[in-house]
Design a protein around this ligand. Structure first.
Ligand code: GSH
Length: 474
């Protein structure tokens, strides 16, 4: 796609001048990350990787993504309450995928014990690419929905100011108005604050469940500080700290270091390597507790790839929206082809189809955190190896979405200054709070545009592949 900033991108001398303007603007706005060398110290930090310029996004597709977010919030929330559906959808996956099986074990245990909390808090991000059709049309296609640790809402709240400043210095101030305002940090905090308020204990805290290595801490801090500004006490604890010092008190209230926890906000716990046997115990402890979990175990499961694939089957969305055909149509319009690899004829057809034309598809395991998908020759190898065994049901197959490449400059610590051919992914942040049967909050609270070089098939910002960006609405 032609960028409206093509003249600037071709001007080498200007780009050189803009590099330090851009990096300093990011530092001044707090678009920061800790370094790999010192992931747990704030003594020396760097800018979070970002693009020099915003990337073009058609306004109607941006609006479509915003509008469908409330439907997705309802969908995720309804799936999380449908035990029969989750059992059926994940039956084949949990036989072969240990991670999903562990999550499912906790889910069953919590169900059996009976839910100890009726307040549900969902903070998610639905990610899309803009598929460029052979007829020249562009359409919004969902990549996935992240129901746990959906990140970068904090930093994304500050990047519009950075890009507007860069455009001004580049002599393109007029373009700045096409960058939409964005404040997911506030919206995510609104959701957490609502759940905290409904928990109804002034002295209880919000606990961010964090990693051992916390490079992305500033992203968290924007949300934390929004909560502190409302006089909500926030603590940060790791799984190991919960293992050592967490306990359940009366009525299954969750305590750590003598503090009662009203809300557990998971920014960790979405990958197998986040867990040890003890940490699984800690996850179970938190899930059994009366604290509001974001996400609770059923909402975590609702975000799996297998569920995403099952939703694309005819009639399944209708199950969740029996009286709202319009929501079904809005959601379905964002789906691309999704195919089962379950044992049986349908799964056999999927294998054959993928091997015959690997470039059209992506093979996805049940993993979060980026960089797990399998493409091309590698996909064929994996499928050849697993096609006769139930191991194949650990994956789903999806049509490859093909956005139009755009030129941009990716600014990353230590990387050379050269314009790259890039692809972008647009995410929308969804926030909802439910108590029992009543939805008390359901909103789209902002967006995230991430851009990566076309050299990489897969991977987000946390995985070190994509960088932060902003839409330039056109
Ligand atoms: N633990 C880190 C944090 O909490 O900031 C990273 C969490 C993470 O990787 N979250 C995924 C995500 O939103 C969803 S499970 N990734 C976006 C990206 O890396 O671009």
């Amino acid at each position: 796609m032609a960028s409206p900033l093509e003249d600037v991108l071709a001007n080498e001398a200007l780009l050189k001048d803009l590099v330090s303007v851009a990096k300093d603007a990011a530092l001044l706005q707090g678009v920061l990350m800790r370094t790999k060398e010192e992931p747990n110290a704030s003594e020396v930090v760097s800018y979070a990787p970002f693009t020099m310029f915003p990337s073009p996004v058609p306004r109607p597709l941006f609006e479509q993504a915003k509008q469908v977010q409330r439907d997705f919030n309802l969908l995720v929330d309804r799936i999380s309450q449908d035990t029969e559906f989750l059992e059926q959808a994940l039956a084949s996956t949990i036989k072969v995928d240990d991670f999903t099986a562990q999550l499912f074990k906790i889910y069953r245990q919590v169900l059996q014990e009976g839910l100890s909390q009726t307040i549900v808090l969902g903070l998610n991000r639905s990610d899309y690419m803009l598929d460029y059709g052979k007829d020249g049309s562009t359409s919004l296609k969902q990549v996935e929905i992240n129901t746990i640790a959906a990140s970068f809402g904090g930093l994304a709240s500050r990047t519009p100011t950075v890009h507007r400043h860069i455009l001004k210095v580049a002599g393109k101030s007029d373009e700045g108005v096409r960058i939409p305002d964005n404040n997911p940090a506030k919206g995510l905090a609104d959701g957490i604050a609502k759940a905290w308020e409904m928990y109804d204990s002034k002295s209880a805290v919000v606990m961010f469940l964090v990693e051992d290595f916390q490079m992305n801490i500033y992203d968290h801090r924007f949300v934390e500080n929004e909560l502190w500004s409302r006089n909500i006490h926030v603590i940060r604890r790791t799984f190991d700290e919960v293992c050592e010092r967490g306990s359940l008190g009366q009525d299954k209230r969750l305590f750590i270091d003598s503090l009662e926890v009203a809300v557990v906000y998971y920014r960790n716990g979405y990958m197998p390597q986040n867990y040890t046997e003890q940490r699984w115990e800690a996850r179970l402890l938190m899930e059994r507790s009366r604290a509001v979990k974001c996400p609770d175990i059923s909402t975590h499961l609702a975000g799996t790839k297998k569920v995403q694939q099952e939703l694309a089957r005819p009639g399944v969305l209708e199950r969740f929206f029996p009286d709202d055909q319009e929501a079904v149509v809005r959601i379905r319009a964002t789906f691309t082809g999704l195919y089962t690899l379950d044992m049986g004829e349908e799964g056999d057809r999927t294998v054959a189809m993928a091997i015959a034309d690997p470039d059209q598809f992506v093979l996805k395991p049940q993993r979060e955190g980026g960089g797990n998908n399998i493409y091309g020759e590698d996909m064929c190898k994996v499928l050849h190896n697993v096609k006769e065994s139930s191991e194949r049901t650990a994956y789903i197959l999806m049509d490859k979405i093909r956005p139009q490449p755009v030129k941009n400059v990716l600014l990353r610590r230590g990387a050379p200054l050269t314009p790259s051919t890039c692809l972008s992914e647009l995410g929308m942040y969804g926030v909802y709070v439910r108590q029992g049967k009543e939805m008390v909050l359901n909103d789209c609270v902002g967006h995230l545009l991430r851009t990566k070089s076309t050299e990489h098939d897969d991977g987000g910002v946390a995985a070190g592949v994509a960088v932060l960006d902003n839409p330039l609405l056109c």
